[in-house]
Design a protein around this ligand. Sequence first.
Ligand SMILES: Cc1cc2nc3c(=O)[nH]c(=O)nc-3n(C[C@H](O)[C@H](O)[C@H](O)COP(=O)(O)O)c2cc1C
Length: 215
Amino acid sequence: MIPPTFTEIIRRRRSVRRFRPDTVPRALLRELLELSMEAPSSWNFQSRSVVAVCDPAAREALSHAANGQRQPREAPVTLVFLAETGRWREDLTEVYESARARRAWDEEFLRATATHGIDFQRDLEERGLGREYAIKDATIAATHAMLAASAAGLATSAMNGWNETEVLKVIGADHRDDLAVALLLSVGFPAEEPSHPGRLPLDRLAFGDRYGETL
Ligand SMILES: Cc1cc2nc3c(=O)[nH]c(=O)nc-3n(C[C@H](O)[C@H](O)[C@H](O)COP(=O)(O)O)c2cc1C
């Protein structure tokens, strides 16, 4: 059975769009970001990063970039999750050495990651899929942050509606064509308690063995 404390964290989370002005303590924010980066990633290449925007003027600019949505303006921090589409081209020695030092990967797995992993990424890029794959890594990290925030009694608002160029400008990364914005996540203390909007019946969303078959 999934522990009730964990199910509670998942079930209690709601998208909140009104925030109190109280700041999120820096230590809690760092803990949140650390747990977010505990998320798995393809080949452990960690093709994602996050910028925590706390500065009021920058948050105002993020609201503008997010089609005027008030959450970045109101919430004390908005996390900008980024897809690092060029991570696989970087020197990944640290990734390999860390796995070796922790005895997480044996030599064969290390070699396979350093060769097949890189070939896999190159092939993705050639097929125009590099961005899509890095966005998966970033989105999973954002989900971790969302649930960690929920566990800490913080509210979140995920946002897809924004202008990417403008968001990149706010975080000082508009010169980087290897970065893509995956998701904005405003975080803070809630000033509203929205009701659960409900979900489609499980049999419409989850299947057993074959698409459409009831589990
Ligand atoms: C990827 C993603 C993008 C979203 N974008 C927005 C957004 O731009 N603005 C907004 O107000 N809510 C946004 N939402 C929140 C959804 O509307 C919300 O998750 C949904 O209505 C279900 O409500 P719940 O989160 O309370 O369960 C987004 C949610 C997700 C997961």
